[in-house]
Design a protein around this ligand. Structure first.
Ligand code: 6PG
Length: 241
């Protein structure tokens, strides 16, 4: 498997490089389209990314923001991926409300997932449930090589038909709503932003172990030419230079 990747001395350097890359990807899309669709992940890594993105020259009035996954919690809850993005990107960058397509994660998970599938179908003008193609998608990586909320052994890793679904994450005892593999794969341009020594083994496994997305879910994208990895040196330390 061949991966396009860059590593940087610090998490901040990696986030700044990823932010520049996202801004370039969005500008490329907007050069020939009226709007661009941008799906963001949650967790802790995007904090630095969002802070850097706010200072990038992006025409946010034409960018529609979606979520790769969301925890089953109200938008004000500390675990909410929407809350993190709202505080660190959407409000500071003045992204128009109509451009924000959050998961209604305050609802029961299956209803939240159905609402999100409806939102995706409406925005992308697709039949309900059909996986859309985002212009730009930002992904993270767990120390167990999960991405989105698709964890090792998750049966939804075999769901190649639908766009998004509710998932119970045993490891965290938490319901979530997540984009499904085909939606991740169809993104025209994706980037992983991964930092920290605790991710080094997961990065190595995803890059160097034989393709086995059930064991290493981030390998869903292993043969996707539109993927770029932004790593700090700590997360990249086990990769062959
Ligand atoms: C989430 C994310 C998830 C994240 C990884 C890495 O909702 O938690 O979407 O896929 O990208 O778990 O999380 P950290 O950035 O916190 O290490």
């Amino acid at each position: 498997m061949s991966f396009r990747w860059h590593s940087y001395p610090t998490p901040h350097d990696a986030a700044a490089a990823a932010a520049r890359h996202i801004a370039e990807l969005l500008a490329t899309t907007l050069a020939s389209h009226a709007s661009a669709s941008f799906a963001v992940s949650g967790g802790s890594t995007p904090r630095l990314l969002f802070d850097e993105l706010v200072s990038q020259p992006v025409d946010w009035a034409r960018v529609h923001v979606f979520w790769v996954d969301e925890r089953a919690a109200p938008p004000t809850h500390e675990s909410s991926n929407y809350r993190l993005a709202a505080e660190r990107l959407l409000r500071p960058a003045r992204v128009p409300e109509n451009n924000i397509h959050r998961v209604c994660a305050e609802l029961p998970p299956d209803i939240a997932a159905e609402r999100y599938r409806q939102e995706l179908a409406a925005f992308f003008a697709l039949p309900l449930g059909q996986p859309p193609a985002f212009d730009v998608m930002q992904l993270g990586l767990g120390a167990d090589a999960h991405t989105a909320s698709l964890f090792p052994g998750e049966k939804l890793l075999e769901d190649h038909e639908r766009s998004a679904a509710a998932v119970f994450v045993e490891k965290h005892g938490q319901w979530r709503v997540t984009l499904l593999p085909e939606t991740l794969r169809r993104a025209r341009a994706s980037l992983f932003l991964v930092s920290g020594a605790d991710k080094a083994e997961a990065v190595r496994a995803v890059f160097e172990e034989p393709a086995d997305p059930h064991r290493y879910p981030a390998q869903i994208l292993h043969d996707n030419p539109g993927v770029t990895w932004f790593l700090d040196d700590a997360a990249a330390r086990l990769l062959k230079k």
